[in-house]
Design a protein around this ligand. Structure first.
Ligand code: UD1
Length: 349
C-alpha cells in the first residue's frame, strides 16, 4: 500500500533506547525533522507509555520493537526487519555509575554486547551511519579546561564510564576496517531539563544518582534532603563545577549528526564531538537558581565528597559549532524550569 508519510520522509533512523531520557527527546526532534523513526528498547529502565507521549507531541507514533539487543539472535531479527534504515543512534545502555562499580560484569556485558551486536548487524545489513551516545566521563579528571576533543581520554573511574571509552575505541577500529561506514560519537556533558510540553523527561529508577532529579524530587517532597557532596573543592563556593546542557539542545545535536553523516561531508570516517554549553555552574549555583526559578526551598546539607567526583568539567563547544553547525541555546533557567515542570506534571502536583 502507498504510504504517504513514509514516502515524504527523509528516511528511516533506528533509535536504540528510544524510550529513555535522551532517546525520547531525540525521537521527537527526528520526527519533527521528518525522519521516520523506529525505536528499539527492552524497557528495562524506561516505560512504553513514552511512545504515546511522543505521539501527543508530534502526532506521529514511532514504530517500536521490544528487544534485548545484548542478545545477538534477538538483535539480528530486528535489524534485519529494519535494514532499510540509513542510520542507527545507539542510546541503549545501563547508566548508573554506582551500580556499575558493584556489578561490573553486568555493565560491560550489557553495554558492550549491545554495541557489538548493533555494529555487526549494521555491517551485515549495510546500514551506513552510526551515532554513539558517549560521555564526558571519557576525559576522567582533566588538567586543562575547557575540554577539547583533542584531550587524551583516560581509563574512567567506573565500569560505566569505562564501557563508554571502550565502546568508542571499538567504533574507531570498526571505522578504520570498513570504509563504507561512518560513525559519530557524541560526548555529553551533564544533560538536564525536559521537553517544554512536560510530557517527557527524566524518569530515574529508584533513588536518583544525578543532581537535578534529586533536587526536583526533594522539591516535590518525594525525598527529604539533598546531600551536597563536598564544599571544600577549589571553586568560588567550594562545590564542583559541571557543564549542564538542556536535553532538547542535546537532542537537536543528534539530528545535526544524522544530517552530517547522510550528507557525505564528513572529514573523517569516525568523528567525536563534545556536547556542552561551554559554561560551568557549581552545585550551589544549581540549588540557588532552582530556588529562584521555582520559588521553592531545597532542604540540603553539606556531606562528604562522593568517590570518583572531579573538581570541574566543562566543554569547549567549538568543534560542534564549526562542523556540526550546532550550539546549545537554552538557558540554565529554562533547564531548571522544564525539569521542575516535568516532575510536577508526572507527580500530579
Ligand atoms: C555523572 C557520572 C557520569 C555520567 C553522568 C551522566 C559520576 C561520578 N559521574 O556525572 O559518569 O556520565 O552522571 O549524567 O557519577 N551532586 C550532589 N548531590 C547529589 C548528586 C550530585 O552534590 O545528590 C553533585 C556531584 O557531586 C557533582 C554534581 O552534583 O558535583 C553533578 O553530579 P551528577 O548529576 O551525578 O553528574 P556527574 O557526577 O557530573
Amino acid at each position: 500500500m502507498f504510504n504517504q508519510e513514509y514516502s515524504m520522509s527523509r528516511g528511516k533512523v533506528i533509535v536504540t533506547g528510544g524510550c529513555g531520557y535522551i532517546g525520547s527527546h531525540t525521537v521527537v526532534e527526528l520526527i519533527q525533522n521528518e525522519f521516520e523513526v523506529v525505536v528499539f528498547d527492552d524497557l528495562s529502565n524506561s516505560k512504553e507509555f513514552i511512545l504515546d507521549r511522543i505521539e501527543e507531541i508530534t502526532s506521529v507514533k514511532p514504530l517500536f520493537e521490544k528487544v534485548d539487543l545484548s542478545n545477538p539472535i534477538e538483535a539480528d531479527i530486528v535489524y534485519k526487519k529494519h535494514a532499510d534504515a540509513h542510520s542507527i543512534i545507539n542510546f541503549a545502555a545501563f547508566k548508573a555509575v554506582g551500580e556499575s562499580v558493584r556489578k561490573p560484569i553486568l555493565y560491560y556485558k550489557n553495554n558492550l554486547y549491545t554495541l557489538i551486536n548493533s555494529i555487526e548487524a549494521q555491517k551485515k545489513y549495510n546500514i551506513k551511519n552510526f551515532i554513539f551516545s558517549s560521555s564526558a566521563t571519557v576525559y576522567g579528571s582533566p588538567d586543562i579546561l575547557p575540554i577539547t576533543e583533542k584531550l587524551q581520554t583516560k581509563r574512567a573511574f567506573s565500569p560505566y564510564g569505562n564501557s563508554k571509552r571502550i565502546a568508542e575505541e571499538i567504533l574507531e577500529d570498526f571505522a578504520k576496517a570498513y570504509s563504507d561506514f561512518k560513525t559519530i560519537s557524541l560526548r555529553y556533558f551533564n544533560p538536564i531539563g525536559a521537553h517544554e510540553s512536560g510530557l517527557i523527561g527524566e524518569l530515574p529508577n529508584g533513588i536518583p544518582n544525578n543532581l537535578l532529579p534529586y533536587v526536583t524530587q526533594c522539591a516535590a517532597g518525594v525525598l527529604k534532603e539533598l546531600q551536597v557532596f563536598g564544599d571544600d573543592y577549589d571553586t568560588k563556593d567550594g562545590t564542583p563545577i559541571r557543564d549542564y546542557i538542556h536535553v532538547v539542545d542535546l537532542a537537536k545535536a543528534h539530528v545535526k549528526a544524522v544530517e552530517r553523516l547522510v550528507s557525505g561531508n564528513m572529514k573523517d570516517k569516525y568523528e567525536v564531538y563534545n556536547l556542552g554549553t561551554g559554561k560551568g555552574f557549581t552545585v550551589l549555583d544549581i540549588i540557588k537558581t532552582f530556588e529562584k526559578v521555582t520559588k521553592r526551598k531545597i532542604n540540603y546539607k553539606i556531606a562528604p565528597r562522593r568517590e570518583g567526583d572531579v573538581l570541574a568539567l566543562y566543554a569547549s563547544a567549538e568543534k560542534a559549532k564549526n562542523s556540526l553547525d550546532w550550539e546549545a541555546k537554552l538557558s540554565l533557567e529554562n533547564m531548571i524550569e522544564t525539569s521542575w515542570n516535568w516532575e510536577k506534571l508526572y507527580r500530579g502536583i
